[in-house]
Design a protein around this ligand. Structure first.
Ligand code: ADP
Length: 447
């Protein structure tokens, strides 16, 4: 097992990774920007290294500085968390070239899944059901028109290098296809330095359902069921739950097995998530995330498996200590992402925390690096805490979540706690009756 792990991240996820290491008897090295010198993960880590000024590109994205910090402190592995360098194949390669372990998949798999055209091809070849669409990149407007005409409108034009919903444009008819094609290419070029786009059938009211997998270096692959992440605003997930209210046990076992077999076929290793749209009882692959995800705790709550601990064990060469047969899904879990934002306008609200009290009690978990007096810097993502609640049934989970949100106190900055309180009181949500467009409509009714 590793002796010392460097955590190449900040905020709640840096703390999350530190906690897993500490339980495993592994020493931790925190890296931080000058803006995060007093952060909780820095305080708790065994050692810390300042890697640069506040701007992420100069600190948390500074590959050379992070690698140097690992060498200087004698760390033997790097955990990238999510965001920042977590899906940067070049970084993973650099880490391995320096004889350090990258706690994640191989650079080849990161690269494959980071290019959406290649990812879809690999998905199709390995037996995953895909959204109907172009066979690879679409180079010209004429080609786009041909593909769209065959498939039927509406269609979605997506960037090959896409992420965060950028470079995506819907065309509802031939008349708006030209402009959608050109705008998507321009956006993709500006955001990712690569104008390549491809086309998919646009699904009108699907759910977003994703499957968590774990795979070791010994050929063992397990799936840990699904998460329903349909509640999104501007392609950002707001609340996630597991199991999905839309799936039954047979559907879960079937898609789980398809995913398990596909991961086995491509030789994937470590943790990963395969994202699908789900409409009229059918799954359509959209992308794979080759890293730990923000919403991983809901899976942990219903399986009892510490996903970060498993990631570390896998990277150290240990076999999975769970098999598909002994994995049980117990009860229901919901995660609310709490952002330092105005709950109506979503304008970020950085600043100093003047009062902080987290809820507790049976089945309640808070992942957050905040404390009384902490400063939320304006330079990073506005997610400041995750409240994760578990219950034996969805209804018990909902009652507990309502109670826990009511106990949560964050003073000094605005947060999205009131949004979550209203959301979980809505009858559609209570009935599990929502899709990926639902939340935008709900938010509009609040303004
Ligand atoms: P990104 O990597 O930019 O997040 P994704 O492929 O994961 O791109 O898609 C992001 C979101 O866009 C999905 O969660 C879904 O809401 C929407 N989306 C993607 N593909 C389609 C599609 N074919 N039809 C309808 N909505 C889609």
């Amino acid at each position: 097992m590793f002796d010392k792990v460097l955590i190449a991240n900040r905020g709640e996820i840096a703390l999350r990774i530190h906690r897993a290491c500490r339980e495993m008897g592994i020493k931790t090295v925190a890296v931080h920007s000058t803006a995060d010198a007093a952060a909780m993960h820095v305080r708790l880590a065994d050692e810390s290294v300042c890697v640069g000024p506040p701007a992420a590109r100069d600190s948390y994205l500074n590959k050379a500085a992070i690698l140097t910090a690992a060498m200087v402190t004698g760390a033997d592995a790097i955990h990238p968390g999510y965001g920042f360098l977590s899906e940067n194949a070049d970084f993973a390669e650099m880490v391995e070239d320096h004889d350090l372990a990258f706690i994640g998949p191989s650079p080849e798999h990161i690269r494959m899944m980071g290019d959406k055209v290649r990812a879809k091809q690999a998905a199709r070849e390995s037996g995953l059901p895909c959204v109907p669409g172009s066979d690879g990149a679409v180079e010209s407007e004429a080609e786009a028109e041909k593909v769209a005409a065959e498939m039927g409108y509406p269609v979605l034009i997506k960037a090959s290098a896409g992420g965060g919903g950028r470079g995506m444009k819907v065309a509802t008819s031939r008349e708006d296809l030209g402009e959608a094609f050109r705008t998507a290419r321009a956006e993709a070029a500006a955001a990712f330095g690569n104008p390549e786009v491809y086309i998919e059938k646009y699904l009108t009211r699907p759910r977003h359902i994703e499957i968590q997998v774990l795979a070791d270096n010994h050929g063992n692959v397990v799936h840990l069921g699904e998460r329903d992440c349909s509640l999104q605003r501007k392609h950002q997930k707001v609340l996630e739950e597991a199991p999905s209210p839309a799936l039954n046990a047979t559907q879960r076992a079937e898609i789980g097995e398809v995913v398990r077999a596909a991961m086995s076929r491509i030789g994937y290793r470590n943790a990963g998530t395969i994202e699908f749209l789900f409409e009229d009882g059918k799954f359509y692959f959209i992308e794979m995330n080759t890293r730990l995800q923000v919403e991983h705790p809901v899976t942990e709550m219903i399986t009892g498996i510490d996903l970060v601990r498993e990631q570390i064990r896998i990277a150290a060469g240990a076999p999975l200590d769970v098999t598909q047969d002994n994995l049980r899904i117990m009860g229901h879990a919901i995660e609310c992402r709490i952002n330092a934002e105005d709950p109506r306008t979503f304008v970020p609200s950085p600043g100093r925390i003047a009062g902080f009290h987290t809820p507790g009690g049976l089945g309640v978990r808070v992942d957050s690096g905040l404390y009384d007096g902490a400063i939320i810097p304006p330079h990073y993502d506005s997610m400041i805490a995750k409240l994760i609640v578990h219950g034996r049934t969805r209804n018990e989970c909902l009652m507990r979540l309502r109670r826990a949100l009511g106990e949560f106190v964050v003073e000094g900055v605005k947060t999205t706690i009131p949004l979550h309180e209203q959301l979980i009181a809505n009858p559609d949500f209570v009935n599990g009756d929502y899709d990926i467009r639902w939340l935008e409509g709900f938010v509009d009714t609040l303004c």
